[in-house]
Ligand binder design. Sequence first.
Ligand code: 1GP
Length: 237
Amino acid sequence: MRIEISRWKHVFKLDPDKELADEALERICESGTDAVIVGGSTGVTFDNTVDLLARIRRYELPCVLEVSDLEAIVPGFDLYLIPIVLNASDPDWIVGKHMEAIREYGPMMHWEQVAAEGYVILNGASAAARLTGARTELDVRDVTAYARLSERMFHFPIFYVEYSGVFGDMELVRRVAAVLERSRLFYGGGIDGAERAIEAARAAHTIVVGNIVYEDLERALATVRAVREAESADGGA
Ligand code: 1GP
């Protein structure tokens, strides 16, 4: 399957450590979203990742793995997203675990299926922030600097503004997106329905919808419709 991140406007992020009934998964996969990202901060194992991949594979859409645990790198995904947590205080999350993974799997990796994400975590209370020791007290100049570092120095195809669990500052997201010329700005965090989906989709290039899938499926599905409607109203931008 040909993967074109540059066309993604809306993606769902599914957590292998959370329960999702078959019927709910079907509705997610057939919602018209651009892709499913499999990923989570805690409790992700090889077994629960394989299981979720196999279930998503019944459907046509791209399925990508956001790697967060060396033990849970499962073959068979369309693409592997590798978070490089630029504001982590623990260097393991910047290059440490990555080096270990490449030491282990380097010779057999298909590099055309790997995309690095320059990741900035802004919700200090999130599991991802705690895990990585992220320095989250950042203003728009700080995040813009990280965005330029990510795009201009490292040439990462994705810059990910992660507010996981809370809805972030859309003015900040808009201003950061404005300095990126080649990277795709992914925004994730607290998108819990149509209204926030539209707001976030106007600020970022790609929005990531996570938790609400498990809390209120109808509201989760409404985010796809909202983004599609906003796209056609804006002339498909
Ligand atoms: C988490 O960015 C995603 O990695 C989505 O966040 O779970 O808050 O929607 P939510």
